[in-house]
Design a protein around this ligand. Structure first.
Ligand SMILES: O=C(O)CCC(=O)C(=O)O
Ligand SMILES: [Fe+2]
Length: 298
């Protein structure tokens, strides 16, 4: 007689679905890399974006919006992020662990593990609440104005800088990671879920820096701009309240320092390109943004 079949345990996204980040940096960096001399000018809401703001976006490479999304929408997004971090969706495999927490992950309690995750990626197809935010009619209407085409989201992420260990994202241009021609207006949409300030690692940008085009990137703590190019350079900090949003050109240099504070800094980030935007090959991308194959020092 054969033993009765053991019912399969309910599927649960366990520790083995948590992945490691590209960079093994623990986030130590020279503090002079992030010394803002200005705070970003903000506009009140997505409804305030007209021709003058579109012109400002073209010139400065960004728009900082104080209240882009409502409290209820942000609350729903936070519930969704928390569910994904906790592994409640067994089909979602886009969790990445913070480097400083890697070694202790298996011993951590569930609540400790919440603050060990650094990044979630590719969640829109798994979570209707986050997908709704990405397709928000007011956001899409603004993107149509800024991009001059039908906006298509090609990347969705949550960037979670856990208290005290949330590592730096060194200075870079997002287009260095994407296969779009430099002429295509790629727009990043960075949405604060927590209050984001200088002390917990808000965005730092070089206004107007997108107009100089692609810059050479190097594999150091990450795929990034050279530190010596950025040390002591006056930059602008973009503090935002929950529901605030930064819209920025894919060529705008930006970075975020380590979160040494005791406060979480959770954010969502969507990237949009206009439908039909010209694509390039990896070789063409590396020719524009640099590759370690080149004999370059940094
Ligand atoms: O949220 C951050 O810390 C910055 C993330 C970022 O710039 C990126 O993922 O390209
Ligand atoms: Fe970025």
């Amino acid at each position: 007689m054969t033993a009765p079949a053991v019912p399969a345990a309910p599927a649960k996204a366990g520790l083995n679905t948590i992945r490691s980040d590209y960079s093994d940096s623990t986030g130590e960096h020279d503090p002079r890399l992030y010394q803002p001399t200005a705070l970003a000018e903000t506009i009140p809401s997505l409804d305030s974006i007209g021709p003058a703001e579109c012109e400002r976006f073209a010139e400065q490479g960004y728009l900082s919006i104080e209240k882009a999304f409502g409290d209820g929408e942000i609350r729903e997004a936070l519930f969704a992020v928390s569910d994904l971090i906790a592994g409640k969706n067994p089909t979602f495999e886009g969790r990445m662990v913070e480097n400083k927490a890697k070694a202790r992950l298996a011993e951590m309690s569930e609540s400790e593990r919440y603050d060990a995750i650094r990044k979630l990626s590719g969640f829109c197809k798994h979570d209707a609440r986050l997908d709704a935010l990405c397709r928000h009619p007011k956001l899409l209407a603004v993107l149509r104005k800024l991009q001059g085409g039908e906006p298509e989201c090609f990347q969705d992420m949550a960037l979670l800088k856990p208290p005290r260990i949330g590592r730096e994202k060194p200075w870079h241009q997002d287009n260095a990671y994407f296969k779009y021609a430099p002429g295509a207006t790629v727009v990043g949409v960075w949405i604060a879920l927590d209050e984001a300030g200088v002390e917990n690692g808000c965005m730092h940008i070089l206004p107007g820096g997108h107009r100089a085009g692609p810059r050479i990137h190097f594999k150091r703590r990450d795929w990034q701009l050279c530190d010596t190019e950025m040390l002591g350079v006056p930059c602008t900090a973009v503090p935002l309240p929950p529901g605030g949003c930064l819209l920025f050109n894919g060529l705008l240099p930006h970075g975020t320092p380590t979160n040494h504070s005791g406060k979480r800094r959770r954010a969502l980030q969507f990237h949009f390109a206009p439908a039909g935007a010209l694509k390039i090959s990896d070789e063409e991308r590396l020719a524009l943004f640099g590759s370690e194959g080149k004999d370059v020092e940094c």
